[in-house]
Design a protein around this ligand. Sequence first.
Ligand code: ZN
Length: 465
Amino acid sequence: MKLLEELKALLGDSGLLTGADVTGRAAGIWRADTLDALAIARPRSTEEASRILALCSAHNVSVVTQGGLTGLVRGADARPDQLILSLERMRSIESIDPVQRTATVEAGVTLQTLQEAAEEQELLFPLDLGGRGTATLGGNAATNAGGNRVIRFGMMKDMVLGLEAVLADGTVVSSMNHLIKNNAGYDLKQLFLGSEGTLGVITRLVLRLREAPSSQNVAFVAFEDFESVPKMLKLVDRGLGGALSAYEVLWNNFYRLVTESPAKNRPPLPSEHPYYALIEAQGNSDELDKQRFETILESALEEGLISDAVIAQSSAERQNLWAIRDDVEQTFRDGTPVVFDVSLPIADMETYIAGVKAALSEALENSVCWVFGHLGDGNLHIIVQTVDGDALEHRETIEQIIYKPLEAIGGSVSAEHGIGFEKKPYLHLCRSGVEIGLMQTLKAALDPQGILNPGKIIDHVRSDV
Ligand code: ZN
């Protein structure tokens, strides 16, 4: 094939993988199937990425950009006639500026690599999520990743100051802004953040760093009713004066799943409470922060907002409490479940979840529904499995039950995972026809041939018909 010859001439043997080098790779870090695509092109620079896209555009071949493949919505799935563009050879941290508090990176750098490099300079890159060791910053930007500390620092788009992206025809849009404030016209970087590779390929980023915190306090608390959960959120947020960095809630059956055998963690609090929360504060004064944290929890106990609490006394104990919240893998132990990341007003959560559970047990007798998530951000993760471990066979029924009620309460079918291929049929439940139409207009303007990650988020409407 002529395109492959031209790509090989451009990238050399190691820059273009074909055959078993493609099919030998997993389609995602949590997936059993393998990649099937024309080839994997591995540029070393924005310039090379630009030339790859110009060639693909000339040959009218579609391009699927891949980062660390930690996504959960099949946003980076490729077909056999599509080219995969991997940023895996663009892994350099170009610079960290401690005065301006920015990092300039190539898109293939993993999240954890940047976290550690920032830490060496007593700075913090605040995005944090379970896939940190594999997920790339380019992927985080392209999907607008969220994670555990959104309540304090926002999502990925709040940390991106500038970026460089390649358009479908190979045009390089270099918008490497280092300024915190820049209102000079349209904020073009926003076009690419959360666009899941459908509008351009992000190759470099300028990211905002913060001063690193030196104190960390973590507690697990228990509630007797849901009403107390948001009341406690308000109490700690107000009391901590900006230091609250996580407020993660676990419904009872998820708490039991991750603290009872065969899970390796043990319950830090008795298992009979209906709701639990992991609360984290980060500050800069060990003694004062600890005191303030304890005082708030004590007054919550006195007021009866929480019925029990345990505060980690060491860094190992803090890690243990986080390990409980993060042991989502337990939901995969009987087979692949159906995973959701919905967003909805906190005031609607209790009724919504009760309705979902009732509808699930009516439709699927032996179903299990685990609920946990970033409650402070209005983001719940719902994971559904059946006793037989065959939830995927009932995917559509389950999706209808989870998604349908969100429309009436102004919720979203995706809080942080994105739409990809998987949630496209439900996008209309949380976006109007006018909004989807505008997305299609932008897509047609930036990628008129529809070669960038086709079929993801929205259907491409050709501009020439
Ligand atoms: Zn999450």
